[in-house]
Write a protein that binds this ligand. Structure first.
Ligand code: MRU
Length: 346
Protein backbone atom coordinates (compact mmCIF):
# COMPACT_ATOMS: atom_id res chain seq x y z
CA UNK A 1 0.00 0.00 0.00
CA UNK A 2 1.31 3.46 -0.87
CA UNK A 3 0.39 5.81 1.90
CA UNK A 4 0.37 9.54 1.11
CA UNK A 5 0.17 11.32 4.45
CA UNK A 6 0.98 14.74 2.90
CA UNK A 7 0.15 16.26 -0.48
CA UNK A 8 0.07 19.74 -1.92
CA UNK A 9 -2.75 20.00 -4.42
CA UNK A 10 -3.57 23.37 -6.02
CA UNK A 11 -4.21 25.66 -3.05
CA UNK A 12 -4.49 23.07 -0.31
CA UNK A 13 -2.12 21.11 1.90
CA UNK A 14 -3.76 17.73 2.40
CA UNK A 15 -2.70 15.70 5.43
CA UNK A 16 -3.78 12.44 6.98
CA UNK A 17 -4.87 13.34 10.53
CA UNK A 18 -2.69 11.08 12.68
CA UNK A 19 -4.58 11.93 15.87
CA UNK A 20 -7.60 10.03 14.51
CA UNK A 21 -5.68 6.84 13.67
CA UNK A 22 -6.17 3.92 13.90
CA UNK A 23 -9.93 4.32 14.44
CA UNK A 24 -10.55 6.65 11.49
CA UNK A 25 -8.71 7.54 8.30
CA UNK A 26 -9.46 11.24 7.93
CA UNK A 27 -7.76 13.56 5.43
CA UNK A 28 -7.74 17.27 6.25
CA UNK A 29 -7.69 19.83 3.43
CA UNK A 30 -5.87 22.82 4.86
CA UNK A 31 -6.51 26.00 2.88
CA UNK A 32 -4.38 28.50 4.81
CA UNK A 33 -1.00 28.42 6.49
CA UNK A 34 -2.42 28.98 9.98
CA UNK A 35 -4.24 25.64 9.75
CA UNK A 36 -1.00 23.93 8.72
CA UNK A 37 0.79 25.50 11.70
CA UNK A 38 -1.95 24.25 14.02
CA UNK A 39 -1.81 20.75 12.50
CA UNK A 40 1.93 20.53 13.26
CA UNK A 41 1.54 21.88 16.82
CA UNK A 42 -1.35 19.53 17.57
CA UNK A 43 0.60 16.61 16.05
CA UNK A 44 -2.03 15.83 13.43
CA UNK A 45 1.14 15.44 11.42
CA UNK A 46 4.37 14.52 13.20
CA UNK A 47 7.74 12.79 12.79
CA UNK A 48 10.90 14.74 11.94
CA UNK A 49 10.99 14.45 8.12
CA UNK A 50 7.19 14.83 7.79
CA UNK A 51 7.23 18.02 9.89
CA UNK A 52 9.88 19.51 7.55
CA UNK A 53 7.93 18.59 4.40
CA UNK A 54 4.63 19.88 5.82
CA UNK A 55 6.17 23.16 6.94
CA UNK A 56 7.66 23.67 3.46
CA UNK A 57 4.26 23.12 1.82
CA UNK A 58 2.61 25.35 4.45
CA UNK A 59 5.07 28.16 3.68
CA UNK A 60 4.46 27.77 -0.07
CA UNK A 61 0.71 27.91 0.61
CA UNK A 62 1.05 30.96 2.85
CA UNK A 63 3.14 32.78 0.23
CA UNK A 64 0.64 31.92 -2.50
CA UNK A 65 -2.14 33.57 -0.46
CA UNK A 66 -0.30 36.87 0.15
CA UNK A 67 -2.12 39.60 -1.79
CA UNK A 68 0.17 42.56 -2.39
CA UNK A 69 2.24 43.97 -5.21
CA UNK A 70 4.56 45.76 -2.81
CA UNK A 71 7.81 43.81 -2.42
CA UNK A 72 8.61 45.01 1.10
CA UNK A 73 5.13 44.21 2.26
CA UNK A 74 5.34 40.75 0.64
CA UNK A 75 8.66 39.97 2.34
CA UNK A 76 7.46 41.19 5.70
CA UNK A 77 4.35 38.94 5.49
CA UNK A 78 6.45 36.01 4.29
CA UNK A 79 8.96 36.50 7.13
CA UNK A 80 6.10 36.36 9.61
CA UNK A 81 4.95 33.04 8.06
CA UNK A 82 8.51 31.64 8.19
CA UNK A 83 8.97 32.52 11.85
CA UNK A 84 5.54 31.14 12.75
CA UNK A 85 6.48 27.76 11.29
CA UNK A 86 9.87 27.90 12.95
CA UNK A 87 8.15 28.21 16.35
CA UNK A 88 5.91 25.14 15.97
CA UNK A 89 8.15 22.40 17.38
CA UNK A 90 11.69 22.89 18.72
CA UNK A 91 13.47 19.53 18.56
CA UNK A 92 13.31 18.05 15.06
CA UNK A 93 15.94 19.80 12.95
CA UNK A 94 14.25 18.94 9.63
CA UNK A 95 11.78 21.76 10.38
CA UNK A 96 14.51 24.40 10.69
CA UNK A 97 16.33 23.08 7.64
CA UNK A 98 13.14 23.30 5.56
CA UNK A 99 12.30 26.82 6.81
CA UNK A 100 15.85 28.01 6.03
CA UNK A 101 15.73 26.57 2.53
CA UNK A 102 12.42 28.34 1.87
CA UNK A 103 13.87 31.59 3.27
CA UNK A 104 16.86 31.37 0.94
CA UNK A 105 14.62 30.79 -2.09
CA UNK A 106 12.62 33.92 -1.21
CA UNK A 107 15.82 35.97 -0.88
CA UNK A 108 17.24 34.71 -4.17
CA UNK A 109 14.35 35.96 -6.36
CA UNK A 110 13.01 39.48 -6.73
CA UNK A 111 9.69 39.10 -8.57
CA UNK A 112 6.78 38.19 -6.26
CA UNK A 113 5.14 35.73 -8.66
CA UNK A 114 8.49 34.07 -9.32
CA UNK A 115 9.06 33.70 -5.57
CA UNK A 116 5.66 32.05 -5.15
CA UNK A 117 6.39 29.54 -7.93
CA UNK A 118 9.92 28.90 -6.68
CA UNK A 119 8.68 28.24 -3.13
CA UNK A 120 6.27 25.59 -4.38
CA UNK A 121 9.01 23.97 -6.42
CA UNK A 122 11.37 23.99 -3.42
CA UNK A 123 8.75 22.41 -1.14
CA UNK A 124 8.22 19.61 -3.67
CA UNK A 125 12.02 19.20 -3.93
CA UNK A 126 12.33 18.86 -0.14
CA UNK A 127 9.60 16.19 -0.24
CA UNK A 128 11.25 14.31 -3.12
CA UNK A 129 14.63 14.42 -1.37
CA UNK A 130 13.12 12.90 1.79
CA UNK A 131 11.55 10.17 -0.36
CA UNK A 132 14.82 9.34 -2.07
CA UNK A 133 16.77 9.39 1.19
CA UNK A 134 14.34 7.18 3.08
CA UNK A 135 14.20 4.59 0.30
CA UNK A 136 18.00 4.47 0.13
CA UNK A 137 18.57 4.25 3.88
CA UNK A 138 15.91 1.54 4.16
CA UNK A 139 17.75 -0.61 1.63
CA UNK A 140 21.13 0.06 3.27
CA UNK A 141 19.85 -0.62 6.79
CA UNK A 142 18.09 -3.83 5.77
CA UNK A 143 21.54 -5.47 5.43
CA UNK A 144 21.76 -5.40 9.22
CA UNK A 145 18.53 -7.35 9.63
CA UNK A 146 19.01 -11.09 9.48
CA UNK A 147 16.42 -13.70 8.61
CA UNK A 148 14.56 -14.67 11.79
CA UNK A 149 15.34 -11.45 13.67
CA UNK A 150 13.00 -9.86 16.16
CA UNK A 151 13.41 -6.09 16.01
CA UNK A 152 12.28 -3.76 18.74
CA UNK A 153 11.23 -0.30 17.57
CA UNK A 154 9.98 2.81 19.35
CA UNK A 155 7.57 5.60 18.38
CA UNK A 156 6.52 5.77 14.72
CA UNK A 157 9.07 6.07 11.95
CA UNK A 158 7.14 4.85 8.92
CA UNK A 159 5.38 6.58 6.04
CA UNK A 160 3.32 8.64 8.45
CA UNK A 161 6.42 10.14 10.07
CA UNK A 162 8.42 10.70 6.93
CA UNK A 163 5.94 11.41 4.12
CA UNK A 164 7.83 8.71 2.27
CA UNK A 165 9.04 5.13 2.90
CA UNK A 166 10.19 5.48 6.49
CA UNK A 167 13.40 5.33 8.47
CA UNK A 168 13.53 2.56 11.12
CA UNK A 169 10.21 1.23 9.87
CA UNK A 170 11.44 1.65 6.29
CA UNK A 171 14.33 -0.70 7.10
CA UNK A 172 11.91 -3.20 8.61
CA UNK A 173 9.65 -2.98 5.53
CA UNK A 174 12.62 -3.40 3.17
CA UNK A 175 13.88 -6.47 5.07
CA UNK A 176 10.39 -7.98 4.97
CA UNK A 177 10.08 -7.32 1.21
CA UNK A 178 13.39 -9.15 0.73
CA UNK A 179 11.64 -12.23 2.15
CA UNK A 180 13.30 -12.19 5.56
CA UNK A 181 11.10 -13.74 8.23
CA UNK A 182 11.10 -11.09 10.90
CA UNK A 183 9.03 -10.07 13.88
CA UNK A 184 8.60 -6.59 15.24
CA UNK A 185 8.09 -5.57 18.83
CA UNK A 186 6.52 -2.11 18.92
CA UNK A 187 6.55 -0.10 22.14
CA UNK A 188 3.30 1.74 22.82
CA UNK A 189 5.22 5.06 23.23
CA UNK A 190 3.46 6.95 25.98
CA UNK A 191 2.14 9.59 26.25
CA UNK A 192 0.72 9.96 22.73
CA UNK A 193 0.95 6.28 21.80
CA UNK A 194 2.56 6.67 18.37
CA UNK A 195 3.71 3.03 18.62
CA UNK A 196 0.34 1.59 19.63
CA UNK A 197 -1.75 3.74 17.31
CA UNK A 198 0.48 4.31 14.27
CA UNK A 199 3.34 1.80 14.07
CA UNK A 200 1.19 -1.29 14.59
CA UNK A 201 -1.33 0.18 12.11
CA UNK A 202 1.39 0.59 9.47
CA UNK A 203 2.81 -2.89 10.19
CA UNK A 204 -0.61 -4.49 9.86
CA UNK A 205 -1.12 -2.72 6.49
CA UNK A 206 2.16 -4.32 5.35
CA UNK A 207 1.33 -7.76 6.78
CA UNK A 208 4.46 -7.72 8.98
CA UNK A 209 4.12 -9.72 12.24
CA UNK A 210 4.01 -7.26 15.13
CA UNK A 211 3.67 -7.47 18.90
CA UNK A 212 2.66 -4.42 20.89
CA UNK A 213 4.14 -3.96 24.37
CA UNK A 214 3.93 -1.32 27.08
CA UNK A 215 7.12 0.75 27.20
CA UNK A 216 8.21 -0.73 30.51
CA UNK A 217 8.17 -4.32 29.16
CA UNK A 218 11.15 -3.70 26.87
CA UNK A 219 13.86 -4.46 29.45
CA UNK A 220 12.32 -7.75 30.52
CA UNK A 221 11.96 -8.97 26.92
CA UNK A 222 15.56 -8.00 26.20
CA UNK A 223 16.76 -9.86 29.29
CA UNK A 224 14.86 -12.95 28.11
CA UNK A 225 16.74 -12.97 24.78
CA UNK A 226 13.59 -12.01 22.84
CA UNK A 227 15.13 -9.05 20.98
CA UNK A 228 17.88 -9.32 18.32
CA UNK A 229 18.28 -5.61 17.68
CA UNK A 230 16.70 -2.24 18.34
CA UNK A 231 16.11 0.10 15.39
CA UNK A 232 14.53 3.51 15.86
CA UNK A 233 14.60 7.02 14.37
CA UNK A 234 15.94 10.44 15.32
CA UNK A 235 14.71 14.00 15.52
CA UNK A 236 18.16 15.56 15.63
CA UNK A 237 21.66 14.11 15.61
CA UNK A 238 24.44 16.30 17.01
CA UNK A 239 27.91 16.48 15.44
CA UNK A 240 29.29 14.00 18.03
CA UNK A 241 26.56 11.42 17.27
CA UNK A 242 24.34 12.11 20.29
CA UNK A 243 20.73 11.51 19.29
CA UNK A 244 17.52 13.31 20.26
CA UNK A 245 14.52 11.06 19.74
CA UNK A 246 11.16 10.24 21.30
CA UNK A 247 11.16 10.08 25.09
CA UNK A 248 12.16 6.57 26.17
CA UNK A 249 14.89 6.16 23.55
CA UNK A 250 17.67 6.70 26.10
CA UNK A 251 16.16 4.05 28.39
CA UNK A 252 16.05 1.57 25.50
CA UNK A 253 19.66 2.36 24.56
CA UNK A 254 20.92 1.69 28.09
CA UNK A 255 18.89 -1.53 28.31
CA UNK A 256 20.13 -2.71 24.90
CA UNK A 257 23.76 -2.03 25.86
CA UNK A 258 23.32 -3.80 29.20
CA UNK A 259 21.91 -6.84 27.37
CA UNK A 260 24.47 -6.83 24.53
CA UNK A 261 21.86 -6.00 21.86
CA UNK A 262 22.80 -3.82 18.85
CA UNK A 263 21.14 -0.41 19.03
CA UNK A 264 20.68 1.25 15.62
CA UNK A 265 19.48 4.77 14.83
CA UNK A 266 18.09 5.33 11.32
CA UNK A 267 17.80 8.86 9.94
CA UNK A 268 18.33 10.80 6.72
CA UNK A 269 21.28 13.21 6.68
CA UNK A 270 18.69 16.02 6.86
CA UNK A 271 18.35 15.05 10.55
CA UNK A 272 22.07 15.59 11.28
CA UNK A 273 22.83 19.02 12.74
CA UNK A 274 26.56 19.70 12.60
CA UNK A 275 26.05 23.16 14.12
CA UNK A 276 25.32 21.43 17.43
CA UNK A 277 28.37 19.91 19.10
CA UNK A 278 26.61 17.52 21.45
CA UNK A 279 23.17 16.46 22.64
CA UNK A 280 23.39 18.92 25.56
CA UNK A 281 22.62 21.74 23.13
CA UNK A 282 19.52 20.17 21.54
CA UNK A 283 16.32 21.90 22.69
CA UNK A 284 13.89 19.40 24.19
CA UNK A 285 10.21 20.10 23.68
CA UNK A 286 8.10 20.12 26.85
CA UNK A 287 4.48 19.42 25.96
CA UNK A 288 1.13 19.99 27.65
CA UNK A 289 0.62 18.26 31.02
CA UNK A 290 -2.71 16.87 29.78
CA UNK A 291 -0.83 14.37 27.58
CA UNK A 292 0.32 12.76 30.86
CA UNK A 293 -2.75 13.19 33.05
CA UNK A 294 -5.22 12.12 30.35
CA UNK A 295 -5.57 9.43 27.71
CA UNK A 296 -7.45 11.10 24.89
CA UNK A 297 -9.94 13.15 26.95
CA UNK A 298 -10.19 10.73 29.88
CA UNK A 299 -8.40 11.74 33.10
CA UNK A 300 -6.15 9.04 34.59
CA UNK A 301 -4.52 11.04 37.41
CA UNK A 302 -5.81 13.17 40.27
CA UNK A 303 -6.60 16.74 39.26
CA UNK A 304 -3.81 19.19 40.03
CA UNK A 305 -1.02 16.56 40.18
CA UNK A 306 2.43 17.90 39.23
CA UNK A 307 3.73 16.55 35.90
CA UNK A 308 6.78 16.60 33.66
CA UNK A 309 6.33 15.92 29.96
CA UNK A 310 9.57 16.07 27.95
CA UNK A 311 8.67 14.81 24.46
CA UNK A 312 12.24 13.73 23.62
CA UNK A 313 15.44 12.61 25.31
CA UNK A 314 19.12 12.49 24.43
CA UNK A 315 20.96 9.23 23.86
CA UNK A 316 24.74 9.67 24.21
CA UNK A 317 26.59 8.33 21.16
CA UNK A 318 28.42 5.74 23.30
CA UNK A 319 25.23 3.68 23.43
CA UNK A 320 24.70 3.73 19.66
CA UNK A 321 26.01 0.76 17.68
CA UNK A 322 25.55 2.51 14.33
CA UNK A 323 23.70 5.37 12.63
CA UNK A 324 22.09 4.37 9.33
CA UNK A 325 21.72 7.10 6.69
CA UNK A 326 21.03 7.22 2.95
CA UNK A 327 24.78 7.71 2.43
CA UNK A 328 25.87 4.70 4.43
CA UNK A 329 26.21 3.21 7.89
CA UNK A 330 28.29 5.20 10.37
CA UNK A 331 29.96 3.86 13.51
CA UNK A 332 32.31 5.43 16.08
CA UNK A 333 34.10 7.80 15.89
CA UNK A 334 30.92 9.68 14.90
CA UNK A 335 32.38 13.19 15.15
CA UNK A 336 34.68 12.72 12.17
CA UNK A 337 32.55 10.33 10.13
CA UNK A 338 29.26 12.25 10.34
CA UNK A 339 30.94 15.47 9.20
CA UNK A 340 32.55 13.69 6.27
CA UNK A 341 29.22 12.14 5.31
CA UNK A 342 27.24 15.39 5.46
CA UNK A 343 29.89 17.40 3.68
CA UNK A 344 29.91 14.82 0.88
CA UNK A 345 26.15 15.36 0.47
CA UNK A 346 26.23 19.17 0.24
O1 MRU B 1 6.73 13.76 18.70
P1 MRU B 1 6.84 13.04 17.39
O2 MRU B 1 5.79 11.98 17.20
O3 MRU B 1 6.94 14.00 16.22
O4 MRU B 1 8.22 12.28 17.50
C1 MRU B 1 8.64 11.47 16.44
C2 MRU B 1 9.88 10.73 16.74
O5 MRU B 1 10.49 10.88 17.77
C3 MRU B 1 10.41 9.85 15.65
O6 MRU B 1 11.07 8.75 16.20
C4 MRU B 1 11.42 10.66 14.83
O7 MRU B 1 10.83 11.85 14.37
C5 MRU B 1 11.92 9.90 13.68
S1 MRU B 1 10.67 9.77 12.44
C6 MRU B 1 11.31 9.16 11.08
Amino acid sequence: MILKPIEFVKDKVIILDQTKLPQKVVFLKLGNYEDVVRAIKEMKIRGAPAIGVTAAYGIALGAQKIITKNKDDFHSQLNHILSTFQATRPTAVNLFRAVNRMKQIAQRNTDIDLIKTALQAEARRIHREEETASEALSQIGSQLVENGFTILTHCNTGSLATASYGTALGIIKAAWKQGKKINVIATETRPLLQGARLTTWELIQEGIPATLIVDSAAGYLMSQGKVNCVILGADRIAANGDVANKIGTYTLAVLATENGIPFYVAAPTSTIDLSIASGDEIPIEERDFKEVTHIEDKPIAPEGVKTANPAFDITPHLYITAIITEKGIVTEPYEFKLRKLVEEVT
